[in-house]
Write a protein that binds this ligand. Structure first.
Ligand SMILES: *Cc1c(COP(=O)(O)O)cnc(C)c1O
Length: 447
């Protein structure tokens, strides 16, 4: 038996995502992870339904990613990126440019998804600063409700205004423009009014708006909503019509999760700026990237600053780039395609009858994402414990019980996950019995 962790120290001194330091929530000690399983310090093994928040798509302990990182660690773990370059960064950016759509030719490497969004917004603002005087006023960002783009200030400003963190930080969060979230679900014909409000805002305010930012096809932590590719296509056309840049945040959807390599492929469009993160390194180390077109890069060069004003300390970290190169090599073998199709089909089959449970409002599946939307918010801590007792790792939030497993999951492991989701949902009875939502679980976050 392994030594158990010092949980008392943890709860007294260490923040966890979206938690209180005085009323800590239970945490589970993980000792190691392999393939699609987490091993707890007490020896229990859990099938992972989260890919550690979309990131760990190839599973844990993958020998090729570990090998690439080990090799890089000995050669060059880190070096500043100012005035210096190195093979892992060059190789990674070549791969990213080859994998993404043709117009995206310039890559900015940064530390995390939120920073990739900050970088994208700065790019859009600086682009317009480089245009003739009448365009230089374009400084606001337009987005849709129910979105999630990260936890830093510019990213927060474009998260869902109701569920997000706007009100908590008051004046410090920039007021952006919001249209209603897309209503047309994935697979449905576009509702004729779905883009009307977006068109209205753009036609009235386009001279103030620098860019539209949106998560393509799947709104993740803002509600796990899958919307129509026709909506995204229509939005691209509106951006062109009103001379506004389109930023796509593919931090959750990128690298195959929705069944296409990038979710924008469902709509056959290309963005002006693209944010990538999470699965970029296969979940082995933090890294994100913001790609843009020649046009955007040109505009930034014409801005008064003349250069792009961002440069984090760990920009282009070689160890992270090496992990990403190995992960993208695995993606480029294209095994994910058949894996994601199989996961999608199995989840459709196995989650379908959950709709008959009284607590369940909607069941939806897209690619390797399976969602039970509940009528009421759930108690994250309580449900998490139930899932652990059933031998799986699932982390519900708000009124959502959802999974996005590693692509390498076996049919048996996946059945364990879907079975546990239904069992846990079946135990939830409606109305009075519902436990009050944890403060931490009630506001929108990927926590
Ligand atoms: C997770 C996420 C982010 C933020 O990424 P971090 O690495 O957590 O900063 C931004 N946008 C989307 C769509 C995400 O899912």
């Amino acid at each position: 038996m392994r030594n158990l962790l010092d949980f008392d120290f943890d709860s007294t001194h260490i923040w966890h995502p979206y938690t209180s330091m005085t009323h800590s929530l239970p945490v589970f000690g993980v000792h190691s992870a392999k393939g699609c399983e987490l091993e707890l310090v007490d020896g229990r093994r859990l099938v992972d339904g989260t890919s550690s928040w979309w990131a760990c798509v190839h599973g844990y302990g993958h020998p090729e990613i570990i090998g690439a990182m080990e090799k890089q660690l000995h050669q060059l773990s880190h070096v500043m990126f100012g005035g210096i370059t190195h093979a892992p960064a060059i190789e990674l950016c070549k791969k990213l440019i080859a994998m993404t759509c043709e117009p995206l030719t310039k890559v900015f490497l940064c530390d995390s998804g939120s920073i990739a969004v900050e970088v994208a917004i700065k790019m859009a603002l600086q682009y317009w600063q480089g245009q003739p005087q009448d365009k230089a006023q374009k400084q606001r960002i337009l987005t849709v409700k129910k979105g999630y783009h990260g936890d830093t200030f510019a990213a927060m400003s474009v998260c869902d205004p109701e569920g997000g963190m706007h009100t908590m930080f008051g004046e410090t969060v920039t007021k952006q423009c919001f249209a209603d979230a897309p209503r047309t679900r994935f697979g449905e014909a576009l509702h004729p009014d779905d883009l009307a409000q977006m068109r209205g805002i753009l036609s009235e305010q386009h001279s103030d708006i620098a860019a539209v930012i949106i998560e393509p096809i799947m709104q993740g932590a803002g509600g796990m909503r899958f919307y129509s590719p026709e909506y995204l296509l229509g939005l691209r056309k509106l951006c062109d019509e009103f001379n506004v840049l389109l930023i796509l945040d593919e931090i959750a959807t990128g690298f195959g999760r929705t069944g296409k390599l990038f979710a924008y492929e469902h709509a056959n469009i290309t963005p002006d700026i693209l944010c990538l993160g999470k699965a970029l390194t296969g979940g082995y180390i933090s890294l994100a990237a913001t790609l843009c077109t020649d046009k955007v890069a040109q505009g930034i060069s014409q801005s008064p600053a003349g250069v792009f004003m961002h440069g984090p300390t760990f920009m282009g970290n070689p160890l992270a780039c090496a992990a990403a190169c190995a992960s993208l090599d695995l993606i480029n073998r294209n095994e994910w395609q058949a894996q994601v199709v199989a996961i999608e089909q199995q989840m459709r089959l196995e989650l379908k009858d959950a709709i008959d449970l009284p607590s369940v409002k909607d069941v939806r599946v897209l690619g390797a994402v399976g969602v039970l939307e509940m009528h009421e918010p759930v108690n994250t801590a309580e449900l998490q414990q139930q899932f652990v007792d059933l031998g799986v790792w699932v982390r519900p939030f708000a009124n959502l019980i959802y999974i996005m497993p590693p692509y390498i999951i076996t049919p048996m492991q996946l059945s364990q996950l879907t079975g546990a989701m239904k069992q846990v949902a079946a135990r939830i009875t409606l109305a009075d019995d519902i436990a009050p939502t944890q403060a931490t679980a009630s506001f929108i976050s990927h926590g």
